[in-house]
Design a protein around this ligand. Structure first.
Ligand code: PMP
Length: 391
């Protein structure tokens, strides 16, 4: 009998656990104010409304049964109506595919759209969950920098001019995680035109679009081209535990995703999909609820940005936080945010250092701060602690 452990698949070789998930283990100490996690505020999640919807769903046996792989039809109908309003065109129910959070949409799409070695363009700094998925698919990844208008689409045009042919361009168009910025309407249109001209898919990953503070997010990239596969989620506006995300996809992609979803998990949960359908179709309630979340996050974001600017002045440049859950900041004096972290933890504050979001290297002087789970007074104390650690 051989005692050697049988091998794992070769594709696991290049994969690393997310630095952020590892970090969260360190930052969960009670004496640390953590701005590291990327979690929505559980205190704002509508437990009573969910309980009411669960009770209604449980009054029939249907919610206990398997459902269709693309999702429970009445939920898909509700989503089709909401996305029609968002995209400014009638979205058919046959375009709406419900996934186990939008993370599963990313993972299924990587399998459907990418052969090993295919080129994927991501934004730099990148959404780590997308990087993990594209790496697992064996993609060749090129990361394009962002500025205050989001992905620098002109650099994509330059890349295409050199003969590079991406299979997929991934963008978090609204209130970027981790970058905090929103892609401008002109860039959205330019990206869509490049997709049409060169024949690549765009994955518009948009879980934060409804969490705007001052003005609504611009029209989705998907309004400009049918080469755009649009993803969204109930995680940030209702609760991640429902694991209800969705994609709006053309028939060929939809068919591929359906085949793979059958293999992955047969179908999602009919129970949480019925709960999501109940809440998402209750327009008056949902509007008021999302408004409450927006107002709370907006107040917290402004408190964090104000405290950072007051404490650090020119030593730190940070985004304005016009929506979403994150502020991205860069030290201008060369402070190394990875080296600073142990001192920050000692001072009682946690953040994620920028290098955790780099597709390759960089962001040694940057950090991501999440403002959703602390009140303004706590956020201001967190910034005092950070300033003490960085003194
Ligand atoms: N995309 C982005 C940009 C995210 O930040 C997240 C959550 N952190 C997701 C997708 C996945 O969210 P979910 O699976 O809960 O919908």
């Amino acid at each position: 009998m051989s005692s050697t452990t049988p091998p794992l698949a070769g594709k696991l070789g290049g994969l690393q656990s997310s630095v952020i998930r590892d970090l969260l283990k360190l930052t969960s100490r009670a004496d640390v104010i953590s701005l590291a996690g990327g979690l929505p505020d559980a205190g704002l999640m509508p437990r009573e409304r969910i309980a009411k919807a669960a009770e209604a769903a449980l009054s029939t046996a249907a919610c206990l049964q398997y459902t269709e792989s693309p999702g429970w039809a009445p939920l898909r109908a509700v989503l089709a109506e909401r996305e029609s309003a968002r995209l400014g065109r009638p979205v058919g129910i046959d375009e709406v595919f419900v996934t186990h959070g939008s993370q599963q949409a990313l993972s299924l799409l990587a399998e459907v759209l990418l052969d090993p070695g295919a080129l994927v363009i991501v934004e730099d700094p990148a959404y780590v969950g997308a990087l993990q998925v594209f790496r697992a698919a064996g993609a060749r990844i090129i990361a394009l920098p962002m500025d205050s208008e989001g992905m620098r689409v002109e650099l994509l045009a330059e890349l295409l001019a050199t003969g590079e042919r991406p299979a997929v361009v991934h963008t978090v168009s609204n209130f970027h995680n981790p970058g905090g910025v929103t892609m401008s309407p002109a860039r959205r249109q330019a990206l869509a035109e490049l997709a049409d001209a060169h024949g690549f898919w765009v994955i518009e990953d948009d879980p934060y679009g409804e969490l705007w503070f001052d003005r609504p997010a611009p029209a989705p990239v998907a309004t400009y081209s049918r080469k755009v596969i649009r993803l969204s989620s109930s995680s940030k506006i209702i609760a991640p535990t429902l694991r209800v995300g969705w994609m709006i996809a053309p028939p060929s992609v939809f068919g591929g995703v359906e085949l793979l979803k059958q293999g992955a998990d047969l179908c999602g949960s009919a129970l949480t999909q019925q709960i999501a359908a109940d809440l998402l179709s209750d327009e008056a309630w949902l509007t008021a609820h999302v408004d409450t979340v927006r107002t709370a996050y907006g107040t917290r974001a402004k408190a964090l940005v104000h405290a950072l600017r007051a404490s650090f002045g020119d030593r730190l440049v940070c985004t304005d936080a016009t929506g979403g859950m994150f502020v991205w900041a860069d030290f201008t004096d060369g402070t190394d945010t990875k080296a600073l972290l142990p001192q920050a933890l000692d001072a009682g504050v946690a953040y994620v250092p920028g290098y955790a979001f780099a597709a390759t290297t960089g962001y040694a002087n940057s950090l991501r701060l999440c403002f959703t789970t602390s009140d303004p007074v706590t956020l201001s104390e967190a910034v005092h602690r950070l300033a003490r650690a960085a003194a």
